[in-house]
Design a protein around this ligand. Structure first.
Ligand SMILES: [Zn+2]
Length: 338
């Protein structure tokens, strides 16, 4: 089968790879209906994460179940399924508390930038859609697999809700979908922090009421200005750098909540930044599985259209162009057709 392999930073190729097989009786093999490139794939692409050996890529997926192991009971061959980037049993105490990314049996599905992929713990990890989706729903279901689920967790971790002012740091797909999540969760005012006109427009479409183009201290000052000098109740951090984290904490009012979902790269939070401000800081790799049934239902009912973050579609064989487009910010997010 064809699959995307990163050979070195900046060197992405589509290679012939062995087809995945059932390794555990709880596995499923799915045929990808669509795959995509994640903002987090850009860290190794840009050399910020080491690429010590050729690495098959991808962790976002939707597709049709082609094969299941003997112990898979709920997921059936032929189901159209959505899963998240962590495999989880969805039955242990940690899963039942809603933190499936820390499942005691957590495992990694994929890689998914390919024609076929293996999903461990299929019954716990995968959620079947009510039927085979119309073609136009596939991008949104794919978004649910990571960027929507991650933005949603960011908004939930930041306690977005009715009466709240929510600010979002980061205008990648996750940040934009955190705006959508805040809107769906009933936030009164949503401040998107973005310097790019096309992303500002999509943020507004997803529910942003205000745009702040400034960053760092100037961005914090602007958010305070918009909130009677107090700061936002809820701030979603969707980048993962020291600067964005300090911008998020600084833009939060005393006693407010930061939900951080950008994969952290050398971020250190000083005790005083949280001790003296009473800001709550909660985040991590999003337990997307917690939200999948609800997100699928909202997409299926056409209540939300998170698939709009995909502004470029390419055949899998042009994956190198997809990485270039996202690296150079000519595309927000690229969908790959296997
Ligand atoms: Zn578990």
């Amino acid at each position: 089968m064809r699959g995307v392999v990163m050979h070195a930073p900046g060197d992405v190729r589509v290679d012939d790879l062995p087809e995945p097989t059932i390794q555990q009786p709880t596995d499923a093999i799915i045929r990808l209906a669509a795959a995509c490139v994640c903002g987090s794939d850009l860290w190794p692409y840009r050399g910020a994460d080491e690429v010590s050996e050729p690495k098959p890529m991808g962790h976002e997926y939707v597709g049709i179940v082609e094969q299941v192991g003997d112990q898979v009971k709920q997921i059936k061959v032929g189901d159209f399924v959505v899963g998240s980037f962590f495999a989880s049993d969805n039955t242990c105490e940690i899963c039942r508390a809603g933190y499936q990314t820390n499942c005691v049996h957590a495992d990694f599905p994929g890689p998914s930038q390919a024609q076929l992929m293996r999903v461990p713990l299929a019954d716990g990890t995968l959620v079947a859609t009510p039927g085979h989706p119309d073609e136009d729903l596939i991008p949104s279901l794919l978004a649910a697999s990571d960027v929507l689920g991650t933005g949603w967790f960011g908004a939930v971790a930041a306690e977005a809700g009715p009466g709240k002012t929510v600010a979002v740091v980061g205008d990648g797909a996750v940040g934009l979908l955190a705006v959508l999540a805040a809107k769906e969760l009933g936030a009164e005012r949503i401040i998107a922090m973005s310097r790019h006109a096309d992303r500002q427009a999509l943020a507004r479409e997803f529910g942003a009421t205000d745009i702040v183009a400034e960053r760092g201290e100037a961005g914090i000052a602007k958010v305070r200005e918009l909130t009677d000098g107090l700061g936002a109740h809820s701030v979603v951090e969707a980048v993962g750098t020291q600067e964005s984290m300090m911008q998020a904490i600084g833009a939060t009012r005393p006693g407010g909540h930061v939900g951080f979902v950008g994969v952290l790269h050398d971020v250190a939070i000083a005790g005083d930044d949280i001790f003296m401000t009473h800001v709550h800081v909660h985040g991590g790799p999003a337990p997307v599985r917690r939200f999948l049934p609800d997100l699928i239902e909202r997409i299926w009912n056409r209540q939300i259209n998170p698939g709009k973050v995909f502004d470029l579609t390419l055949p899998l064989d042009q994956a190198a162009d997809a990485y270039t487009a996202m690296d150079q910010r000519t595309a927000i997010k690229v969908l790959l057709q296997p």
